[in-house]
Design a protein around this ligand. Sequence first.
Ligand SMILES: [Zn+2]
Length: 318
Amino acid sequence: MNWISNYVRPKINSLFSRREVPENLWTKCDQCGTMLFHRELSENLNVCTNCDHHMQITPRARFEALFDNGTFTEVSVPQPVADPLQFRDQKRYPDRLRTAQRNTGEKEAMLVAEGEIGRTPIIAAAQDFSFMGGSMGMYVGNAIIAAATRAVETKRPLVLFSAAGGARMQEGILSLMQMPRTTVAVEMLREAGLPYIVVLTHPTTGGVTASYAMLGDIQISEPNALICFAGPRVIEQTIREKLPEGFQRAEYLLDHGMLDRVTHRKELRNELITVVRMLLGLPPAVQGDLPPPAEGPEKQKAETAEIAETLVTQDTTA
Ligand SMILES: [Zn+2]
């Protein structure tokens, strides 16, 4: 890799092959405003290299970083009835869905997968904020139920990454029904004695915080994530008071006993491995290749004798 292949080649290629080239090679950090090169940013798991701000990351990119060797199998999710309310605001709901599908390349706002982390089999589900604000509709409900069912079938723990603006208003009451549905799914895990770990990412709000995102056995959050039911702006307008610094952010919630951990995205994988193995009663994960054990007591004895001999000869020569 050199600067030519980094900057120039995609453009030349696109002249011939019309391959899709990312429109913006640079992303602006929402926190500090630094321009970040897309490749550097994705290598850093979408964390700003300047101020450590955790930006949105797609479920697929997250799973590639999470699972061993980046390999995982998708768990299929039953497709719900399309647009049962025939909802229309400025646009028809099916049109909005299609636009989101085209922009993200995903079917819906949640991705479920099975695979191994640190050689520990798990089921993982991640919500996609770039897909209609990660809103919880019938599909997301189905996805969580599919994830929990698969976890019970395979006796694996479930790790869920939440990110949502709340319920999907285009599905009205049907989206609100996902709150009890997903709560029952979490209960299924509890009855089977399987760990359920929630990783809250920025932002997790509304009906999602009022259901499955707050029911984990262990609640982990990424730094500075906004986690709330009603947002700070709404509260401020209602009570007409200035809210304290960092209100409803991960660190504030950790101080007030709502979370167990606040973990940097780069340390999250190792932390999840440790937590999952601890809850399953497994020995700690192997962190590197250890030398093979000696072949038996006799060989060990022979080796110590050999060492002693060399020490003695060293002594006499000196
Ligand atoms: Zn930044």
